[in-house]
Write a new protein. Structure first.
Length: 126
């Protein structure tokens, strides 16, 4: 249980994700949108930028990302915003992987593509 700061009500933890998107999440989402707009208009960003993973998307995909992010902000749900960003980030990882790209774009009736075990690059492994 958690105490709601605005009205001193006790909330169950499972309902915390339904709280409105807070200032920090909104700031990060707006930065993501700004970077996506820059990339969509042909500007470049470095690969070490926190949103450098957006470089793998074309302008049409970036426009879709922007629309989904704006919709998640307007719904004011932290879980929805996190899910949108997580799914796009995972897609960017897949785009950057030659093995996954080959697997996605090879006709399944032609031949199977054997995927190699991903390298541990410091991310949380399960």
């Amino acid at each position: 249980m958690v105490m709601s700061p605005s009205n001193s009500q006790i909330l169950q933890r499972r309902n915390l994700g339904k709280w409105p998107v807070k200032e920090e999440e909104t700031r990060k989402a707006k930065e993501l949108i700004a970077i996506a707009n820059q990339l969509g208009s042909g500007e470049k960003i470095s690969s070490d930028h926190p949103f450098g993973w957006l470089r793998g998307f074309d302008s049409e995909e970036l426009a879709e990302l922007i629309a989904e992010t704006k919709e998640a902000i307007s719904e004011a749900n932290v879980d929805e915003l996190d899910a949108v960003i997580y799914e796009w980030h995972e897609s960017a990882i897949a785009i950057e992987s030659p093995e996954l790209t080959e697997a996605f774009f090879t006709n399944e009736f032609e031949e199977e593509v054997v995927l190699t075990k991903p390298e541990n690059n410091g991310s949380a492994g399960f």
